[in-house]
Design a protein around this ligand. Structure first.
Ligand code: SAH
Ligand code: SF4
Ligand code: F3S
Length: 482
């Protein structure tokens, strides 16, 4: 399995066991009367975004955050169920939390998110030291559940909602670089892809009030943020209507409203569904320089029979037409993808179709997985998980190899080009270098110049590259002409 680095990014959503690195209070000991919570997040960006809502709810009842679980009164883990391995990682972390609870018996341990929703009260039976189990739509109940846990009672709320969007809650940004932030624009998913557990853990799709989204983007911009990523499992089916006026807003219109907050605010979004992405969205992207030219368009398989079995509701030809439209309307757009190797009954020829669509689509990068059967999904109920693990792994390795070659070529084509880059901070390896992304979501690393800091835009000329990063230098026009 391809593992991405631990940096923040559009990509965190497909990483099993990826952990949010917290940087909080420097305090090192428990203080009487001062309540602290510690939170770890796994899974997709929606979960990371939800943790910021949870932080806000806990802040309201007097909790402050800490990055030191040893001094926390409340330890929370926001969990993911997407693949078996994601759940295994959570179980392993719970063993660590158990040790703390044995040292400090008053500590409350809470499990949030998709695994809480999937396992419900079974979780309390299986994990004896867990006190509270809270599903993704029930975070407003946390104050009550935490108070009850303080009195020694175990608590659970896994009720899914058709309305909850937490629109009125101002998230507390955790682990923020002060430049880029996520905004949840919708929750749940109605798609029922046969392999996927998300519709069961996150419930029905609902869209958030467009005005509250624009207000959140405006507030972030006023506080110095320069990039927002609009989040949803299927952003193209965003649809919100005002109850009284009847005014309705689709995704293209929402994108435009957010782009109009300020030309200096970059707008990204994730995830697009190939069946739903419209030309209206592509034309809106073309019309605004600050809407980033990058689309995450997961294909899952390159073969039409498998796509049908996956219930993706498009076939290879439809997908290829959408990719052609993207490159026609947005010639400088980068496209990335998700791919699943070894889905039920996949033949070698069908697997070859997945390899060829990677080359044909020229993805800048992909998140690649082997199929992991999830209990309760349509595939688990109807199809046999009949591809041996060894075969799944071999096919995945072939997919990764092809994608690496395609990514390398993609980056090679950028050599010598000049990109507008939003500086996100110091590069991981050196304090003498900045890192930042271009519109196409590629990370660039380049030597610092005086006068530039995080949150600034600059132009960077690409002088070198590897398969994941572009290396460059700040492009100063005078220098070039001298
Ligand atoms: N809403 C997004 C994806 C969310 S889940 C979309 O429709 O594209 C992120 C990715 O995890 C999926 O795109 C898929 O590639 C992968 N995934 C989901 N369920 C999986 C499973 N059972 N086994 C392996 N990979 C899976
Ligand atoms: Fe899962 Fe499909 Fe919904 Fe994505 S669109 S979250 S893969 S059911
Ligand atoms: Fe995982 Fe739930 Fe996201 S299953 S990928 S955390 S929606």
């Amino acid at each position: 399995m391809l593992k991405k680095s631990k940096s923040r990014g559009l990509s965190d959503h497909q990483i099993d066991g990826e952990r949010q690195g917290e940087v909080y209070a420097s305090d090192m000991e428990r203080v009487e009367g001062k309540k602290r919570f510690y939170i770890e997040s796994y899974g997709c960006q929606m979960n990371f975004s939800d943790s910021e809502i949870v932080a806000s709810i806990l802040h309201e009842i007097g909790y402050s955050s800490t990055g030191n679980m040893d001094i926390a009164d409340l330890i929370l883990i926001n969990t993911c169920s997407i693949r078996e391995k994601a759940e295994e990682t959570v179980r392993q972390r719970l063993r660590e939390f158990d040790k703390i609870k044995l040292k400090h018996p008053g500590t409350i341990i809470g499990v949030l998110g998709c695994m809480a929703e999937r396992l419900k009260k079974k979780f309390l039976e299986e994990e004896k030291l867990v006190d509270i189990v809270v599903g993704p739509d029930a975070y407003r109940d946390l104050p009550k559940l935490v108070a009850e846990a303080d009195d020694g009672e175990k608590g659970i709320n896994v009720i899914l909602s058709r309305e909850e969007t937490y629109a009125d809650i101002s998230p507390i940004r955790l682990n923020s670089n002060g430049v880029t932030a996520f905004i949840s624009i919708m929750r749940g998913c109605d798609n029922m892809c046969s392999f996927c557990v998300v519709p069961f853990t996150r419930g029905r799709e609902r869209s958030r009030d467009a005005y509250s989204i624009v207000a959140e983007a405006t507030d972030l911009f006023d506080r110095g943020y320069r990039e927002v990523t609009l989040l949803g499992q299927n952003v193209d089916s965003y649809h919100w209507s005002h109850e009284e006026s009847g005014e309705s807003v689709n995704f293209a219109e929402l994108l435009e409203r957010v782009a109009l907050v300020d030309p200096q605010l970059r707008v990204r979004f994730s995830t697009s569904h190939p069946k739903d992405i419209t030309d209206q969205v592509l034309h809106t992207m073309a019309a605004y320089e600050n809407i980033c030219k990058y689309i995450h368009l997961p294909v899952q398989s390159g073969n039409s029979r498998i796509l049908k079995k996956m219930n993706r509701t498009y076939d290879r030809e439809w997908y290829m037409e959408r990719v052609e439209s993207i490159y026609r309307i947005l010639p400088d757009c980068a496209i990335s993808s998700d791919m699943i190797a070894g889905f039920c009954s996949e033949t070698e020829e069908e697997h070859q179709d997945s390899l060829s669509i990677i080359e044909w689509s020229k993805y800048s990068m992909s998140y690649m997985f082997f199929y992991s059967e999830r209990p309760g999904t349509l595939a688990a109920r109807k199809y046999e998980d009949d591809i041996p693990l060894e075969t799944k792994k071999r096919r995945l390795a072939e997919i990764i190899r092809i994608q690496q070659q395609v990514s390398y070529q993609h980056n090679k084509a950028d050599l010598g080009k000049v990109f507008k880059v939003l500086i996100e901070g110091d590069s991981k390896k050196s304090a003498q270098h900045f890192k930042g992304r271009n519109s196409q979501n590629k990370m660039l690393v380049f030597p610092k110049l005086p006068g530039l800091s995080a949150g600034d835009y600059c132009h960077v000329k690409v002088t070198d590259f590897n398969s994941v990063t572009l290396i460059g230098e700040v492009f100063v026009q005078e220098k070039i002409h001298a």
